[in-house]
Ligand binder design. Structure first.
Ligand code: SPV
Ligand code: MN
Length: 657
C-alpha cells in the first residue's frame, strides 16, 4: 500500500522554506520585477512552497516564470539556441538537440523510487531509502543551478477539467527540457490554481543537468518520491530522464490509479487512436506496447489520432470506458519513419510549418536531419550523437556506428499531425474506447490477433507480454517479460497493479465492455516454416488488424475460438486486405494463425513461474493459465505441436459476433 505524505519531504527539508511568508520573501529577493509579477498570479500554497524550495535548494542566478505566453515561449526557444542545447536546422522552426553518447535513453540503472522503511516497491525496480536519497540530493543538488536560469512551468497532464488530468510543475535549468515541455504538455498557467484545487494534487519535477559532462554521468540520478509526488533529476539531459512530466509523473499516476482510484481509473503506457469504420462511425482504440515496439506507428494508422504514448482511462457515469492523452505532443522514435509507412509524421518532419526538435539524429552538410530508415538516399557523412560521422565509421570495438541512434527522437506538437483529432483530444470527457490492444515484440509465438473471451482473459493477455529489449533503456538486452508494457512504470507491486486491472475491467460499472486483444506484428519467417528474421508482415498490415478489431467491436464479424482467445476468419481478413490493395493468400493466413502449441505452453510456464515469485498475485491469473494449458495440451495430443485453423474449427464452433 502506498501512503502519501509520509516521511520527510526532502525538497522542503533541504530548501528550508516552510511558510507562505518565507516563500514570498524569497521570491522578492530572487526574482526580477517581471517574473515576480507573473509568479504573484499563482496563489496555491503547496505549489508556491514547491517552487520556493526548489529555488532555495538549487540557487539559480535567475528565475524565469514560463506562463506559456507567446513571448515566454519564444524567449525559451531563443535561450535554447543561445545556450547551444539546440542548434538550428535548415527548415525554419526545426532544431537538433544532442544528448551525451552515453545517455541516449532512460538510465534505468540510476532511476530509483524513494521509499519509506518497509514500503513495497515493484521487485523489478530500484529503490532507495528516504534518508539516503536526502543525503544524495543534498550533496548533488545544493547550488547545482548556480550560474544558470531556473525555468518554472505550469502544466496539466490532460485536458483542463478532465477527471483524470493532473497538474504538474516542471522546474528545470535546461531550456531544451522547458521547450520540450511546452510542445508536449498543456501549459495551464492561467488556470493552474483551479486545476490544483480540482485535482487535489500538484506534482513537482526538479531537474538540473549540472555541467552535463560525460564524467558526471555515473552520478546522474532520477529519484521519484512517491509519497510527496516530487521527482528529482540531476546530471542528465535525455528527455526520458529529465522531462519528468512524462514517465516520472506517469508513475505517480499509476500509483494514484492503483491505490487511490482502484477499480475506477487506470494509467497506462498506451496510444489512443480512432478508426473510421463502415458508415463513417468512429471507433477508438487504446493500445499498450513496450517502448520502441510500434505504438507511434499504430496510432498514426488511425483516422483520428489522439496520442502515441500514454493514456488515462476511467469509467464514466454512463458505463462507458473513456480515455484522455495526458500529453498533446509526440516524443517519437524516428528510426524507420519514412514517407511510405508514416506519411503524416513524415510530412511534419520534412516540410516547413511544424516546430520540431530532433534529438540524436545525423545532421548532414545542408543541415538536414537524417536517420536510419528515413527512406532517402543515405548520406556519406555528417554530425551525429557521437560527433563527426562518415559511412563505415566504427566504434572502439570495431562495430559500425549507425548514422542515427536507434532511440533518436523527434519532438513535435500533435497539432501539426494531419490525422490529429484535436477537438476529441481536448475534450475533458475523453473519447470512448471500444478496443484495447496489448503488444510486445514476439517473434515466434502469438498470432497477429487474439481477442480475449472475457475481461479477465483480457487482463491476462496484458499481463503476459514478452518483448525483445529495445534501444529505449541504457544497457538492456535480451528477451524479457513486460507485463502490460507498463511494467517499467509500475512503482508498487505487480500483484496490486494486477488486482486493480481485474477490478477495473470486470467492474459492473463498466457496462460497455471493450474488446480486449493481443496484437503482434513481429512474427518472423523463420518461426513460421521459412528462414531468417524477416517479418511476416509489413507496416501497412496494421490497418487490417485494426479494421478487423473495429468490426469485431461492433459485432460485424464472427471469430474462431481457440484456447488463447478468438482469432479472425480468413474471408474477413482477405476482404480487409483487398481494401488496402494487398493480396492475402490463404497460406499466409495459415502461417499467421496456426497455433504453435509448444511455444505458447513455454510462455505460460515462464509467466507462471515468474508470477509465483511475487506475493499476493490474484488467483484468477493462475486459473486462466491452467485452463489454457489443459486445453492446449489436449489439442497437442490430438493434432501434434502445430494446430491449423481447420483443425481448430473441427474441434469447436465458431463464435457468433
Ligand atoms: C519510452 O521509452 O517509452 C518513451 C520515451 O516513450 S521516454 O520518455 O524515454 O520514456
Ligand atoms: Mn513510452
Amino acid at each position: 500500500m502506498l501512503q502519501l505524505k509520509r516521511g520527510v519531504n526532502i525538497l522542503f527539508e533541504l530548501g528550508g522554506i516552510t511558510s507562505h511568508r518565507e516563500a514570498h520573501q524569497l521570491f522578492e529577493s530572487r526574482l526580477d520585477k517581471e517574473n515576480l509579477k507573473k509568479l504573484n498570479q499563482i496563489e496555491h500554497d503547496i505549489a508556491l512552497l514547491k517552487i520556493a524550495n526548489s529555488i532555495a535548494l538549487t540557487n539559480p542566478d535567475f528565475v524565469f516564470v514560463n506562463t506559456g505566453s507567446p513571448e515566454d515561449v519564444q524567449r525559451i526557444r531563443e535561450m535554447c539556441l543561445e545556450s547551444g542545447t539546440e542548434q538550428p536546422l535548415a527548415i525554419d522552426g526545426h532544431t537538433i538537440h544532442y544528448d551525451l553518447p552515453e545517455e541516449q535513453a532512460r538510465i534505468v540503472d540510476r532511476t530509483y523510487y524513494i521509499v519509506n522503511e518497509g514500503a513495497d516497491v515493484s521487485i523489478m525496480a530500484n529503490k532507495i531509502l528516504r534518508e539516503d536519497a536526502c543525503k544524495y540530493i543534498k550533496e548533488h543538488m545544493t547550488g547545482i543551478a548556480e550560474g544558470k536560469t531556473l525555468f518554472i512551468g505550469f502544466y496539466s497532464r490532460g485536458p483542463i477539467g478532465a477527471q483524470a488530468a493532473l497538474p504538474a510543475l516542471q522546474m528545470s535549468t535546461s531550456p531544451y527540457v522547458m521547450h520540450s515541455g511546452d510542445i508536449l504538455y498543456r501549459n495551464v498557467f492561467e488556470k493552474f490554481d483551479d486545476e490544483v484545487a480540482r485535482a487535489g494534487y500538484v506534482i513537482a519535477n526538479l531537474l538540473s543537468e549540472g555541467q552535463n559532462r560525460p564524467e558526471d554521468l555515473p552520478n546522474a540520478r532520477v529519484f521519484m518520491d512517491r509519497s510527496w509526488q516530487i521527482t528529482f533529476s540531476m546530471h542528465c539531459t535525455y528527455a526520458g530522464n529529465t522531462l519528468l512530466l512524462k514517465k516520472g509523473n506517469h508513475r505517480f499516476a499509476v500509483d494514484l490509479a492503483t491505490y487511490y482510484k482502484k477499480g475506477a481509473e487506470l494509467s497506462e503506457h498506451m496510444f489512443i487512436t480512432g478508426l473510421t469504420g463502415p458508415g463513417g462511425r468512429k471507433t477508438y482504440f487504446a493500445g499498450a506496447a513496450p517502448s520502441g515496439c510500434g505504438k507511434t506507428t499504430t496510432a498514426m494508422v488511425g483516422t483520428d489520432f489522439i496520442g502515441d504514448d500514454l493514456a488515462q482511462l476511467w469509467i464514466a457515469k454512463d458505463g462507458s470506458l473513456r480515455a484522455i492523452n495526458p500529453e498533446c505532443g509526440i516524443f517519437g522514435i524516428v528510426q524507420d519513419v519514412n514517407r511510405e509507412g508514416d506519411p503524416y509524421l513524415m510530412k511534419a518532419l520534412r516540410e516547413p510549418g511544424a516546430e520540431v526538435i530532433f534529438s540524436n539524429v545525423l545532421v548532414d552538410e545542408n543541415r538536414k536531419p537524417r536517420w536510419v530508415g528515413d527512406g532517402e538516399e543515405p548520406p556519406t557523412k555528417g554530425v551525429n550523437f557521437q560527433g563527426e560521422w562518415w559511412e563505415g565509421k566504427t566504434d572502439a570495438g570495431g562495430k559500425p556506428i549507425p548514422m542515427s541512434h536507434p532511440n533518436a527522437r523527434c519532438t513535435l506538437s500533435c497539432d501539426v499531425i494531419g490525422n490529429y483529432n484535436k477537438a476529441a483530444a481536448e475534450n475533458p470527457e475523453g473519447v470512448e474506447v471500444r478496443v484495447i490492444t496489448y503488444s510486445g515484440r514476439d517473434s515466434d509465438t502469438m498470432p497477429p490477433i487474439v481477442v480475449a473471451e472475457s475481461p479477465d482473459h483480457g487482463v491476462v493477455i496484458g499481463a503476459s507480454i514478452l518483448s525483445k529489449a529495445t534501444a529505449t533503456e541504457v544497457g538492456v538486452s535480451g528477451v524479457r517479460r513486460q507485463p502490460w508494457a507498463n511494467q517499467p512504470f509500475i512503482p508498487g507491486s505487480l500483484a496490486e497493479y494486477m488486482d486493480a486491472q481485474f477490478m477495473f475491467f470486470h467492474s459492473y460499472k463498466l457496462r460497455r465492455k471493450p474488446v480486449i486483444a493481443g496484437l503482434n506484428y513481429f512474427l518472423t519467417e523463420g518461426a513460421r516454416g521459412g528462414e531468417g528474421d524477416k517479418l511476416l508482415g509489413e507496416k501497412r498490415d496494421v490497418r487490417v488488424w485494426m479494421s478487423w478489431l473495429e468490426r469485431r467491436a461492433h459485432g460485424d464479424v464472427e471469430a474462431i475460438r481457440t484456447p488463447i482467445g478468438f482469432i479472425p476468419k480468413y474471408e474477413d481478413l482477405k476482404a480487409l486486405f483487398d481494401e488496402i490493395g494487398k493480396p492475402y493468400p490463404k497460406d499466409l493466413y495459415d502461417r499467421h494463425f496456426s497455433l504453435y502449441i509448444d511455444n505458447i505452453l513455454g510462455r505460460i510456464a515462464l509467466q507462471t513461474e515468474a508470477y509465483r515469485k511475487e506475493h499476493n498475485v490474484p488467483w484468477r491469473l493462475f486459473e486462466i493459465y491452467d485452463e489454457q494449458k489443459l486445453e492446449l495440451e489436449a489439442l497437442r495430443e490430438k493434432y501434434g505441436p502445430i494446430v491449423s485453423v481447420e483443425q481448430l474449427t473441427a474441434t469447436v464452433e465458431t463464435a457468433p459476433a
